[in-house]
Design a protein around this ligand. Structure first.
Ligand code: GLU
Length: 368
């Protein structure tokens, strides 16, 4: 059913809620991954808990809560983490390779392709890539920031069929299960709307960076890239095997459409949007339902400072995200030509790069 599977493990899963890596948990995960591997599946593990492992390995020193302390813990802990993963996969005679990424490694198309080639090389040689953010060196500007979004990026990068986000919650609930006894698990999500985003923002998990909000963002990115996504509890018996067998465990987000071709996948998962274009109703309809390009005439407002070729978000007048695309003009140019007919572009700017603000081939819809 699924061939290429990305398994993302939150810190809460890997520590079992404690302060140390929980190796009993980790061997259980390795066992499940190994079973799938034996069946011929490609497995990519996206692991968290480097910071937690580093803190434990250094015996919980009282350091200031600075980024530098985190970098220190990550540098030490990443090694501990990999030692454990290597040993556990070794039980099953499976080799692993480490890939540490930051957002800047996928920002431009060339680097994105380089990263993809590294994954492909490992998978072609039946090596299981174990991925984390490069926390020891990643500064705020260049990091993805949480491993949920990182795993969606990886799933997009390797054209995965399935992304499993394992956490300390059984999935997404209709209300906060800690305070509301009537809260029910949502088995399947086909539409990510404001209500769902609101529900997700209320939930947190202990030690990791992300909560349900980042899981929802990750699920949204991956399903638009054609990847099925499941959020489930890492402690659930045989969870990875059951999810991959299609059993209804946790909350499932079916892929929207088929997998994106490489360039579109990069637009979706690679660069961080550098600005936003707010468009009128006519333009929203044209890009969402008619497969058209975005023309300057439909642009109401330009936010941010971006160059031609940068990624921008396209929003409707209620600020709902409609699409992501590559800007055909700089922010400064677009401010001058917003609302004007394509024929008038040259008169306004003194030059033209063509009729469109964002070409439809450079545009990925984000609607359900
Ligand atoms: N990369 C972080 C770590 O390994 C975890 C980030 C997250 O929990 O999302 O510690």
């Amino acid at each position: 059913m699924y061939k290429r599977i990305v398994v993302k493990l939150g810190t809460s899963v890997l520590t079992g809620g404690g302060r140390h890596l929980n190796q009993a948990r980790m061997v259980d995960i390795a066992r499940q991954c190994a079973a799938l591997y034996e069946e011929g599946n490609d497995i990519v593990v996206c692991t968290s808990a480097a910071v937690a492992a580093g803190r434990a390995h250094l015996n919980f020193p009282s350091l200031p809560p600075t980024i530098t302390s985190k970098q220190l813990f990550a540098a030490v802990g990443q090694l501990q983490l990999m030692r454990v993963w290597e040993r556990l996969f070794d039980i099953y005679n499976i080799r692993v390779g480490q890939i540490l990424l930051t957002r800047s490694d996928v920002e431009n198309r060339q680097r994105y392709i380089n990263a993809r080639d590294a994954f492909t090389a490992l998978l072609d040689h039946r090596v299981v890539p174990i991925v984390n953010e490069n926390d020891a060196v990643a500064t705020e500007e260049i990091r993805v920031g949480d491993n949920d979004n990182l795993s969606a990026l990886v799933a997009t990068l390797v054209s995965a069929d399935l992304l499993i986000l394992l956490t300390d919650q059984p999935g997404l609930f209709t209300a906060d299960p800690r305070s509301n006894p009537n809260a029910e698990l949502i088995p399947e999500v086909r539409k990510i709307d404001e209500t769902l985003r609101g529900l997700a923002s209320g939930s947190v998990s202990g030690l990791g960076t992300g909560g349900m909000t980042t899981k929802l963002q990750a699920a949204n990115t991956a399903r638009h890239a054609g990847v099925d996504v499941v959020i489930a509890a890492g402690s659930e018996r045989d969870v990875i095997l059951r999810v991959t067998a299609g059993e209804l465990v946790g909350t499932r987000f079916p892929a929207l459409g088929s997998r994106l071709e490489s360039r579109k996948a990069w637009i979706l998962a690679g660069p961080k949007p550098a600005g936003r274009l707010i468009v009128d109703a006519g333009a929203a309809e044209a890009i969402c339902f008619k497969g058209r390009s975005l023309l300057p005439a439909g642009v109401r407002k330009v936010e941010g400072d971006f160059l031609r070729g940068d990624t921008v978000l396209i929003l409707d007048s209620a600020h709902r995200e409609l699409a992501r695309g590559i800007a055909g003009y700089t922010a400064a140019d677009l401010r001058k030509i917003a609302g004007c007919r394509s024929d008038d572009i040259e008169a306004r700017l003194g030059y033209t790069y063509g009729d469109v603000a964002v070409h439809r081939n450079d545009l990925i819809l984000l609607t359900d």
